[in-house]
Design a protein around this ligand. Structure first.
Ligand SMILES: [Zn+2]
Length: 321
């Protein structure tokens, strides 16, 4: 099977825990990916909300340097995506094409920030994490304000430089500003608020899980602007309390499909960034999830769109222009 996963936090975990990318106990290592026929993976460098400005850029550079070292030591199994032509090359089974993202746009929140991001080969910027930063307000910031001038200006440059904008973690007002900016917009790892409301039992973090999720109007807007919605495997964002990890994912996927999202639905696992049901907890579990979706009556073609083709089309389109 083919996988194009829009979000994982593995790069930061390898850096902070000083563990190798090739073989480890994380959700992602290169050995686990050997079961995939074709594998394209976004590696996000997560910027903690405690880092801003120069400290954020320094941290980004340290994590990236470590990731690049890991990649160069395993070059037979993984390469950093360099350009569109590389995507057309034949893929060896189990080989990973790594795409670079930054989660929290602080490192690039200055005038020439988008240009620097481009130099670093960043293809996707998640504008905020949960709190406020220089660009705007995250879903936990407590603010209903839209993007700041620096956020709007960065989006204009991202649009011109073909870097996609990620609205996962943003507050609602920031979401609408991003969608109307003209930049290519996705929600790399976000689920459906309405499914969560229906299925969640009472819980203290329900409010947060809902704010981290997309309401139906947002989902419809992402469909309209031909974005992507990557389903997040995080237990509390799925509303998964039992052994129903696969069922919970199916509920969110079915809802997006009901709203007309066949061409935007994708995977944004959040591997190595959250608590995940053991049945889903690893890139090597993806064939089991695909088999489950098939058993629910999803056609192979649709399954391939969700796991790979929608995301591949999106990034080929924006990177080619
Ligand atoms: Zn995240």
């Amino acid at each position: 099977m083919r996988l194009f996963d829009l979000h994982c936090d593995t790069a930061g975990e390898c850096y902070n825990q000083k563990i190798p990318l090739n073989l480890n106990d994380l959700h992602i290592d290169l050995r686990k990916g050997e079961c995939l026929d074709k594998w394209q993976q976004f590696f996000a460098v997560w910027i903690p909300d405690s880092f801003r400005g120069k400290a954020a850029l320094d941290y980004f550079e340290r994590v990236l340097l470590n990731l690049k070292n890991e990649i160069s030591q395993n070059n037979d199994k993984i390469q950093l995506y360099q350009g569109f032509s590389a995507l057309k090359e034949e893929h060896k089974t189990g080989e990973c094409k790594a795409f670079l993202a930054v989660e929290g746009g602080s490192p690039f929140a200055f005038d020439a920030g988008a240009r620097l991001a481009k130099e670093y080969n960043v293809k996707l910027i998640t504008l905020t994490w949960n709190a406020e930063n220089e660009l705007g307000f995250g879903c936990q910031s407590g603010s209903d304000a839209g993007l700041k001038p620096a956020g709007k200006s960065l989006l204009r440059d991202m649009r011109d430089l073909k870097i996609a904008a990620d609205v996962s973690h943003l507050n609602r007002a920031g979401f609408y500003d991003a969608v109307s900016s003209g930049a290519a917009v996705i929600a790399s790892h976000s689920n459906c608020e309405s499914v969560l409301i229906k299925t969640r039992k009472d819980s203290e973090d329900k409010f947060f899980a809902c704010r981290r999720s997309l309401n139906d109007e947002q989902i419809k807007l992402l469909i309209e602007c031909r974005g992507l919605i990557g389903i997040n495997f995080c237990r509390s964002f799925l509303g998964d309390y039992g052994d129903d990890g696969f069922e919970a994912i199916y509920r969110h996927m079915a809802h997006i499909l009901d709203l007309g999202g066949e061409n935007v639905l994708a995977i944004g696992s959040d591997f190595d960034g959250c608590e995940i049901n053991p049945c889903l907890a690893g890139v090597d579990k993806m064939p089991d999830l695909a088999a489950f979706l098939s058993s629910k009556g999803m056609q192979e073609e649709l399954i391939d769109k969700i796991f790979f083709k929608n995301a591949d089309n999106f990034f080929k389109n924006i990177l080619q222009q």
